[in-house]
Each structure stands twice: as C-alpha cells, then as structure tokens.
Design a protein around this ligand. Structure first.
Ligand SMILES: NC(=O)C1=CN([C@@H]2O[C@H](COP(=O)(O)OP(=O)(O)OC[C@H]3O[C@@H](n4cnc5c(N)ncnc54)[C@H](O)[C@@H]3O)[C@@H](O)[C@H]2O)C=CC1
Ligand SMILES: CC(=O)[C@H](N)C(=O)O
Length: 370
C-alpha cells in the first residue's frame, strides 16, 4: 500500500478517534483502535482482532527454524506451534509437528496463515545473520527490515503477542563492551546490527503507539548441536564441535583471544518462553539483554580438549568476521532481565561442552552404524 494512503488513513482515523486530544502518547495509543495497514471500513477488508480467553493455549506461529522448538511444542501442545520457513525442513522438523511454507516478504500469505490458523503469538526468527548479511546487503535489508515491517503490521492488526530476537550485534564499537548494559550507545557497523536496532525501536514504537505486545531479547551467540551455523560471526563456536568429533582438527576464523557472549540453545529457548509468558506488568522494558557465559576461542578449545585431548586448533583469521567481532560486546549485562522476570541461565562453559559433545558424539555414532 502506498505510504501516502497509509498516512492519510491513519491521519483520518486519528482525527476521528474520540477524546484522545492532548493526552500523552502512551495513553493515546490505547484510544486508537486501528493498526498501520488497516484499511477503512467499507473497502475490501476490515480487520477485527478475535479475543481469546485466558485459558486458551496460545496458537504460535514461528518464522525461520532456529531449532525444532521441542520446548515450545512441549509447553503449548504439538499442534499449537506451527513452524514456517522458505527452506525445506529436515525430516526431524517435518515430522515433529505442523510445518508450513511462508515467505515473510509475502504479506498476504502471512495474513492468510495468521487468520486461517487463529494465530495468537508470533515468534519471528527469519533473518540474515551478520556475516551473510555483509555478503548480501540488499537481501539482508529486504528480509530483516521489509520482512520485519510485514510482521509488525500483521501482529498489530491481529492483536498478536510478538517476539523478535535481537542480538549482541545490535551494539557497535562505540558501545561499552565489558560489560554492555541494556541502555547505551548503539551504533552497529553491520547491516544485520542496523536492522536489529531498527527492529528494537520499531517494536517499542508500535508498543507505545498501537499497543502491540512486543517482546524482544538480545541473544548472545547461540550454540546448538541440531542445526548448522547460519552465516554468523559466532559460527566458529558451533563448527568447532562438529569438526572436533569428525576430524579432530579445527581451523578457527576468529583470533584466539576474541571474547564474545554465548549461550546454549536450551537456555535461549527457555528464556524466550519465559519472557513471552511474563505478565506485562513485570516488564519494565520491552528489549532485554540476556546472558549466560563469555569465552574466547582458546578457552573453548581448552575446555573441549579436556574431553578430546587430541583436538588440534589452528587460526586463519577472516578479516571481515574479526572486524565485526571486535565491535561487539565482550560481556553482557543482563541485570534487568534477572530482576524483572527472573532470568537465570543453566549452562556455563563446562556443561555446554559436555552437552554438545554428548549430542554430536552420539549422532556421529548413529551415522557410522547406519
Ligand atoms: N544464531 C545466533 O547465534 C543468534 C541468532 N539470533 C537471531 O535468531 C534468529 C534466528 O537465527 P538463526 O536460526 O541462527 O539463523 P539462520 O540463518 O539459521 O535461520 C534464519 C532462517 O530465516 C529463513 N529466512 C530467510 N529469508 C526468509 C524469508 N524471506 N521468509 C522466511 N524465512 C526466511 C532462512 O531460511 C533460515 O531458516 C535471527 O533473527 C537471529 O538474528 C540472535 C542472536 C544470536
Ligand atoms: C550473534 C549473532 O547474532 C549471530 N550468531 C551472528 O554471529 O551474526
């Protein structure tokens, strides 16, 4: 829809909205019962959010497949969590519950999915990560920014609770790095970081302007055994486990002393559920840092070598990735998440290494046996 038409619709309805007059923005937002792409009554469609009783399970749509979301499915019921992507799912994901094709750049298709499945919560993972984003800026801009606009409008129109992850990559070289607090200078130097700051600010704006229930966590680098690294700067911390088990050798593309915040996937998914379920009154902010551990490639290698002493690690620095890593936080301050909604991580470095090696080791034994 052309911008001007949106603006004129918004302006017209704003003028018609009763008694909002000179009240502060937050109050005004509650008076305006329309969303940015809503078309006027009498035209081709008009939207009315269905309200659900408190006892209903949320019906969750997840864009992008960060994992197979066993936690979400266990919590909300297998059929209440629909995964979506433009990529073919693994057979494990495909057989674990509903999966649907959805391109987040296709607004009408997203709307159809939300309506047909009576979606109430949207968890928006689709994005291009930092390194792959630098390699394809226009695609990153489309997926991470235009795609996000579609998601925000769909969520606002249909009264959805919306989760969008942000990242340590939303900070830049002028941010305090050790530790990095929730509120500080954010001048990232990657298209990924810029798009994530945009997502944080747009979500918070929609929250105060349209009452959107927007929730956002800034994740550290996420380490998971059951998905391949997706083109990020922290990928080395996943790849090292696969190479250690497979060949006993690993070539690291970051310097050995590059310290970055990291988290095991189970902690990440649990944090996501916890912040989504937190009562709105507990949230003093809508975007929180979450933290678990911080390590360098050398420290990670040493911890793995306690289990696999023959592992050999060499360093072949990728200049672009190193530049990105050097501009990111070394340690994350998540005091507010711990205070407001009780965030607490379970996995430190030794537990992470043990769990990853158990998982990848048993997978590789199965592969060898078959
Ligand atoms: N993996 C990590 O270390 C961290 C991830 N995050 C955030 O978590 C989210 C998920 O990250 P990962 O799973 O690691 O990334 P990933 O690159 O593995 O997955 C992203 C998914 O988005 C999908 N996608 C791309 N274009 C799409 C489109 N037009 N329509 C629908 N789907 C599309 C891709 O097919 C892919 O499956 C991202 O938003 C990322 O910014 C944040 C911090 C750390
Ligand atoms: C930390 C992230 O957001 C991601 N893993 C990346 O390295 O781009």
């Amino acid at each position: 829809m052309p911008v001007l038409r949106v603006l004129s619709t918004v302006a017209k309805q704003a003028l018609q909205a009763p008694v909002c007059g000179y009240q502060p923005l937050a109050v005004t937002a509650r008076c305006i019962s329309f969303s940015p792409r809503q078309v006027p009554p009498g035209s081709d469609a008009s939207f009315h959010s269905v309200s659900f009783s408190e006892t209903d399970h949320p019906k969750v749509l997840i864009t992008g497949m960060m994992s197979d979301f066993p936690n979400h499915r266990k919590r909300f019921g297998k059929n209440n969590v629909i995964l979506s992507d433009i990529r073919k799912p693994s057979s494990h994901v495909f057989h674990s519950g509903p999966f649907i094709y959805s391109d987040i750049l296709d607004y009408k298709n997203l709307r159809e999915i939300v309506v047909n499945n009576r979606i109430t919560w949207l968890v928006h993972y689709s994005a291009l990560l930092s390194a792959v984003g630098e390699a394809n800026v226009s695609l990153a801009r489309a997926v991470n920014i235009t795609g996000l606009h579609n998601i925000l409008d769909i969520a606002a129109e249909h009264g959805l609770r919306l989760f969008v992850p942000s990242t340590i990559g939303a900070f830049g070289p002028t941010s305090p790095r050790n530790p990095t607090p929730d509120l500080c200078v954010q001048r990232p130097r990657t298209i990924y970081g810029v798009s994530k700051v945009h997502a944080e600010l747009m979500g918070e704006y929609y929250h105060q302007r349209y009452g959107l229930d927007f929730r956002c966590l800034r994740y550290p680098g996420i380490i998971s055994a059951d998905s391949q690294p997706g083109g990020g700067t922290t990928d080395y911390a996943v790849q090292i486990f696969h190479d250690a088990v497979k060949s006993g050798k690993f070539e690291c593309n970051l310097r050995q002393d590059t310290r970055l915040p990291m988290m095991y996937i189970d902690d990440c998914l649990r944090a996501t559920i916890e912040v989504m379920e937190a009562p709105a009154e507990a949230l003093t902010m809508r975007t929180y840092n979450i933290n678990a551990m911080s390590f360098t490639p050398e420290e990670l290698a040493q911890e793995i070598q306690k289990q696999l002493p023959d592992l050999q690690v060499t360093y072949e620095v990728d200049v672009m990735r190193q530049g990105i890593a050097d501009s990111w936080p070394m340690n994350f301050d998540d005091t507010n998440a711990r205070h407001d909604w009780g965030w607490k991580h379970d996995y430190d470095l030794p537990e992470l290494v043990q769990t990853m090696l158990n998982f990848i080791g048993s997978e590789s034994q199965i592969a060898q046996a078959t």
